[in-house]
Design a binder for this molecule. Structure first.
Ligand SMILES: Cc1cc2nc3c(=O)[nH]c(=O)nc-3n(C[C@H](O)[C@H](O)[C@H](O)COP(=O)(O)OP(=O)(O)OC[C@H]3O[C@@H](n4cnc5c(N)ncnc54)[C@H](O)[C@@H]3O)c2cc1C
Length: 463
């Protein structure tokens, strides 16, 4: 039998690669992770989750946004907020996160190999560091966790300064006074909404007629309302055909309908392209779809049984949260340990718009389409002492439940802390609980979690 240098070689050190590598190392396997030096931690740490969420916190802090209920619309912590002020906090958090990743890999005895990898054959990867010669490394198993990059489109002249994608946004040197956002997916809406908190006028363009169709409509109505109040304009059902800069240096987006939208800058967030196109997949007997996504079975195995793929490279749901878990499950499976896969219906979504939205379980649209009768209980943050203390008078939590058996179907929340709050519902759903649990439980006071009790009582009153 061939002698391999490693039991597992992982391509990519994002959440899927890290957790896959560490899970295998914990089983006593010899593991190596390959990534470029400046990308330790993946898109998640460098251009995706961590920078965008840190940017959001920096904006909410420096703009005094959360304090405006008490001190007026004009309240700001810092009068002139520059891109550099925001970047400072982002850089600090990235540096710390990179340290954490390095430390975790080292502590678990995982070897870090620096460079870009591609397949030489089904067990061999050629690794090319930026400044030295290529070398080869062999693995009995391989985990592809190479993630994605922003998809590019001909006709969108990205320059990283005035016309940029989500990967470039954290490094943009100047904040514009008005911004065009093309693509109203989660990433586009998160950035658009946080920038409106800085009084940047945002125009959001998307060819789809509705925002985030997997999210409860009431939450979307609330989000659109708050964004519009802060000066956002939505151009939905509109397609951008071309983008250019005019003689004054302003960015102009030309729409198929003949309209032109002008702005100081343009953020282009239309989908992601998986990095598998750079791996020479055919050398390993593998292939991917047009967006680079690699098909896998329920255990994250590709068509080659010793090669697994996890994280954004396999497509939906493309979240850091699920990618980590997929990496861990993939490694466990390849070394004969089978853990139960989380129920996909109980996957929580945290959407870090301003205000934040989160959901778990089924939506009203889904229940109606499936002809499942349901009842609704709503708690408004303004009814909660904690909502008043925080100054969040607009948040709400809505629960959907079976009017006969009182079983919980789903919870949808918008407002401060929504992404944290939702895990209470996730636990109750996982155990098949009823909303009587919320009615009969004592919650800390004052907390936002009390919203569960208020919503349950409101829902029971409707029966
Ligand atoms: C703006 C933005 C905001 C986001 N916000 C959230 C959020 O709030 N919550 C959430 O859960 N998710 C969020 N996501 C999604 C999340 O970042 C991804 O789901 C997650 O990073 C995917 O992890 P991954 O391990 O698949 O790959 P990635 O994090 O993409 O990492 C892949 C790594 O593979 C490396 N690589 C690629 N090709 C090679 C090669 N040939 N050789 C060596 N190395 C290679 C890359 O350099 C990279 O470091 C966000 C994404 C973006 C873009």
């Amino acid at each position: 039998m061939a002698e391999f240098q490693y039991d597992l070689v992982v391509i990519g050190s994002g959440p899927a690669g890290q957790k896959g590598a560490i899970a295998a190392a914990k089983l006593g396997k010899r593991v190596a992770v390959i990534d470029r030096r400046e990308m330790t931690g993946g898109v998640c740490v460098h251009t995706g989750t961590i920078p965008s969420k840190t940017l959001r916190e920096a904006i909410l802090y420096l703009s005094g946004f959360r304090q405006r209920t008490f001190y007026g619309k004009d309240y700001v912590v810092s009068d002139r907020i520059s891109a550099r002020d925001l970047a400072h906090r982002v850089q600090r958090v990235i540096e710390r996160e990179v340290e954490v990743v390095h430390h975790q890999l080292r502590r678990n005895g995982v070897t870090s190999l620096i460079g870009s990898a591609l397949f030489a054959d089904a067990h061999t990867l050629e690794v090319t560091p930026e400044t030295s010669h290529s070398f080869r490394v062999t693995g009995e198993h391989i985990l592809i966790a190479c993630g994605t990059r922003s998809a590019s489109t001909p006709g969108i002249p990205l320059d990283g300064e005035f016309i940029f994608d989500a990967d470039q946004l954290p490094d943009v040197p100047e904040l514009p006074r008005d911004l065009i956002v093309v693509g109203a997916g989660v990433i586009g809406l998160e950035y658009a909404s946080m920038l409106t908190a800085l009084d940047i006028k945002v125009t959001i363009i998307d060819q789809r007629p509705a925002l985030l169709d997997f999210v409860d409509r009431e939450m979307i109505e609330a989000l659109s309302y708050h964004m519009r109040r802060r000066g956002a304009t939505f151009r939905l059902g509109e397609t951008v055909t071309r983008v250019e800069r005019d003689v004054q240096g302003r960015v102009v987006a030309h729409l198929e309908s003949g309209k032109k939208v002008h702005g100081g800058a343009l953020l282009y967030t239309v989908g992601r392209q998986a990095n598998s196109d750079l791996l020479d997949l055919p050398a390993a007997g593998l292939s991917a779809d047009s967006r680079g996504r690699i098909p896998v079975d329920e255990y994250f195995r590709t068509s080659a049984p010793h090669i697994y793929a996890a994280g954004d490279v396999i497509g939906f749901p493309s979240l850091a949260s699920s990618s980590s878990e997929q990496g861990r499950l993939a490694s466990n499976h390849m070394f004969g340990v089978n853990h139960r896969r989380a129920n996909a219906e109980l996957l929580p979504y945290g959407i870090y718009t301003v205000p934040e939205m989160s959901m778990v379980g089924r939506t009203e649209q889904q229940l109606t389409a499936a002809k499942v009768p349901y009842e609704v209980g709503v708690a408004k943050y303004e009814e909660l002492a904690k909502g008043q203390i925080l100054g969040d008078e607009t948040g709400l939590l809505k629960m959907l439940f079976d009017p006969e058996k009182l079983t919980l179907y789903g919870v949808h929340a918008i407002g401060d802390g929504a992404a944290e709050l939702i895990h209470i519902a996730q636990a109750v759903l996982a155990f098949g609980g009823t909303i009587e649990y919320f009615r009969d439980t004592v919650f800390n006071y004052p907390t936002l979690a009390e919203a569960y009790k208020v919503a349950a009582l409101a829902g029971l009153n409707r029966l």
